[in-house]
Design a protein. Structure first.
Length: 194
């Protein structure tokens, strides 16, 4: 029985085994040596507004953030993995899958440290994570909520085969602002649809 057939919160979660890689990026558990990536995300300004990355970086805040990412899987919330360069093992960003209340549905999120953007890391990470969710974990749907004017994220999702399904008005909170969200989704190929 796949995850889509069970109650979401009753699913026992385990990290991908083996780690997900396409030999350019490697999706792996966060490590204590990844603090430079978290600091770069903290310093970027926009990432902390829409994620749990600390807005003010310290070694202690970075370590606490890593511990929370490990807790997501342990506590049955989902997966938060470092996007690492496969050759150097240097963390360059984060990709997250969180269980939605609807059975068989997971929400996708991702970010890259500013200096590592424009190299294809996000597209590769999103493609690996979405394929793993749909084909290995047997989820029915992976969805992402992005601001409509976030052209870089929209391009990543489109390259990975996500379709735009609509716009949710005043749906997200970014910092102190309410913003619209475009809903992008990729669904499992279940053969004939009714």
């Amino acid at each position: 029985m796949g995850c889509g057939d069970r109650m979401q919160r009753d699913v026992e979660l385990e990290d991908p085994e083996p780690d997900l890689t396409d030999e350019v990026v490697w999706l792996r558990r966060w490590e204590a040596t990844d603090l430079a990536c978290i600091q770069a995300a903290s310093d970027e300004g926009r990432i902390p507004q829409s994620t749990t990355v600390p807005a003010s970086f310290s070694v202690e805040a970075g370590q606490a953030w890593i511990a929370r990412q490990h807790g997501r899987t342990r506590d049955g919330q989902g997966w938060s993995l470092a996007i690492a360069d496969a050759e150097s093992d240097r963390a360059v960003g984060c990709v997250v899958l969180l269980l939605r209340p609807q059975p068989g549905v997971v929400g996708l999120g991702y970010w890259l440290a500013p200096d590592d953007r424009g190299r294809g890391y996000a597209t590769r990470a999103v493609g690996l994570m979405a394929s793993w969710a749909l084909q290995v974990q047997d989820f029915a749907r992976v969805e992402a909520w992005v601001e409509p004017d976030n052209a870089a994220s929209v391009a990543v999702l489109r390259r990975c085969g996500f379709d735009c399904e609509g716009r949710l008005r005043s749906f997200l909170t970014i910092g102190s602002r309410r913003v619209d969200a475009s809903v992008y989704a990729k669904v499992a190929d279940r053969g004939t649809r009714s």
